[in-house]
Design a binder for this molecule. Sequence first.
Ligand code: F6P
Length: 345
Amino acid sequence: MPMQDLQNSFKRDGVAADLQTVITALLNVTKEISLAVRQGALAGVLGSAQVENVQGETQKKLDVIANDLLTAALRENSHVRALASEEEEHSVALFNSGKYIVAFDPLDGSSNIDINGQIGTIFTMYPALDNVASDSPAQFFQPGKNQLCAGYVLYGASTLLVLTNGGPTRCFTLDPHSNEWVLTNGQLQVPQNTEEFSINMANQRFWGDNFKRYIADLLLGETGVRGKRFNMRWNAAMVGDVHRVLTRGGIFMYPNDSRNPRQPAKLRLLYEANPMAMLIENAGGKACSEATNKIQRILEITPASLHQRVSVVLGSANEVDICNTYLFKRDQQAEPVLVENDEAY
Ligand code: F6P
């Protein structure tokens, strides 16, 4: 029975009953967001809210609506110790007895809202730390490998839920008739090799030389050392790009760049890179980040601040390895170092 698909997956993955209530509460809100997205101009939800968020980005009405709905629903669940959102400067303390903390990007890819493009909600849940106060951001300073579940809801041509509870990465489709999540792929698998890359080429002149060389060789295609032609896709919404990678493979990159020396990376570790890294790894792919003199598995990085940003290279395992080789080999004459422990990050 489709209505039980989500519950069945919880059972198969051994998800604790109280955590199930948190995931379900969050997912129920995404159904409301999906409806608002589908109504668009008819519901008056398009356009700007005329305010800036903590990241200095102008909030869209839907950013605010999605954030308010998610926050209100989680505030009522006594299993939630604290929450963090892209749209909130500080984490929010909830129930002291709660066993879980929740972080989310209420609406990823906001610049796509008004053009009827792909947007989505990204979320992650961790165990709450007993030795840390509920109102301390340090609740969230845990490496991504501690995540209990990670997922996104993609408001695209269909509304899709992509979820891992530590086991396989599964895909559910929201049935518009029953308003239930129906399992449509029980185990997403990212192909090891790819001929498709995803990057904002407009930033090319701001990348480091090693990264420029990697992309240059992709562009040379069959006439260069790679010996095969690559195609390029860019959605300008991480949810859309990662979904394509999870569906047919590819490599998605948001490398460090020199546009703003105080902010070399763009994507946020806690509620963008980490949940996506868990989904990708549990589907057989790889997810890495470049730090000084090393490449790290994203899930090994311990955040030092709530809205910390990291460079991201994720997708088909063999292509991520090749990219990492470029990042280190040419200048340093050394093999890339994949560091398991991030103490020095
Ligand atoms: O939050 C970040 C985000 O919107 C991602 O979803 C997306 O991958 C990226 O920014 C788009 O960046 P750019 O503006 O460089 O295309």
